[in-house]
Design a protein. Structure first.
Length: 67
């Protein structure tokens, strides 16, 4: 069973035209729409002087062998 995600999930209602624009931008940046929205939010917060620390990425691969 997969570990629970550390990301917060919530419903977001967007104007369809805004969503289309985000999808186009995400495709151009080779990101998902969700990742693009997160990047846009981080940029907007940074522009207002609010820095948000990034959470460490999940560890990938197999755990080290116990000796």
């Amino acid at each position: 069973m997969a570990a629970p995600s550390a990301k917060k999930a919530f419903a977001l209602r967007l104007d369809p035209e805004v969503h289309k624009a985000i999808e186009r931008l995400a495709a151009a940046e080779l990101r998902s729409a969700n990742a693009e929205i997160e990047m846009l939010l981080r940029e907007a917060l940074s522009a207002r002087g609010i820095e948000v620390k990034r959470t460490p990425p999940p560890r990938r691969g197999r755990p080290p062998k116990a000796e």
